[in-house]
Design a protein. Structure first.
Length: 224
């Protein structure tokens, strides 16, 4: 794992010393030595490398990484260039088009969002190849709860996108009155029509940021 070295280290270093994290680290190390795990070990903490805590404007919470070859690279919902855009991200792009008029790009690489302050966080940061949710319940959830708490403690305007039941269950942790919580069904094809389409979260986030004197997000992902 490429260690976290930026301003995330201060709130998270206490986690690294806890027994659960030592167990998690050993579990993940053993898994990488035994079988194929995604994302590549050096990409596990990319969400933190690309989006320092001081720069977080939006937290977009996913579940666990994509589990097929060469997709996951440490950012929720994002896939590396050259991969087909996954179905949930296709629906995110459709909502962006309806909400802000963004064209639908030919790729699912969301680093542009991360570079602008969108923390693309999964609640679980690793997964076995072709086995969804295979690393749930080994400690990642406790670690990413600490990440969410660190964001909640920031004394400035921040937006949360909580899409789907697992993400919405984190709402009780979000107690900062300066922050905006936006909830919707998950954008997956199974649930997008139950209220994700038409939620207008992207324009609502930008309106909130602008109203609070914060530079809004340019949500347009360009064609490659």
């Amino acid at each position: 794992m490429a260690m976290i070295e930026n301003d995330w280290l201060e709130p998270l270093q206490v986690e690294f010393r806890k027994p659960y994290y030592r167990d998690l680290y050993q579990f993940v190390r053993d898994e990488y030595s035994r079988t194929v795990i995604y994302p590549p070990a050096d990409d596990i903490f990319n969400a933190f490398h690309f989006t320092p805590l001081k720069d977080v404007k939006v937290l977009l919470l996913g579940q666990d990484p994509y589990h097929n070859v060469n997709q996951a690279h440490g950012l929720s919902f994002s896939v590396l260039p050259g991969n087909e855009t996954p179905p949930s991200l296709v629906n995110i792009y459709k909502e962006l088009q309806d909400d802000l008029g963004c064209y639908i790009p030919n790729n699912g690489y969301l680093k542009k969002w991360a570079d602008q302050g969108v923390l693309l966080l999964n609640t679980v940061l690793t997964v076995r190849a072709h086995q969804a949710n295979s690393h749930q319940g080994h400690g990642w959830e406790q670690f990413t709860d600490a990440v969410i708490q660190a964001v909640n403690a920031q004394d400035r305007p921040i937006v949360y996108f909580l899409w789907g039941s697992p993400a919405r269950r984190k709402k009780s942790m979000l107690t900062n009155p300066k922050h905006l919580i936006l909830e919707a069904p998950h954008p997956s094809p199974l649930s997008a029509y139950r209220g994700f389409f038409g939620c207008r979260h992207f324009s609502k986030a930008n309106e909130f940021l602008k109203a609070n004197g914060v530079e809004p997000i340019d949500w347009q992902i360009e064609n490659i």
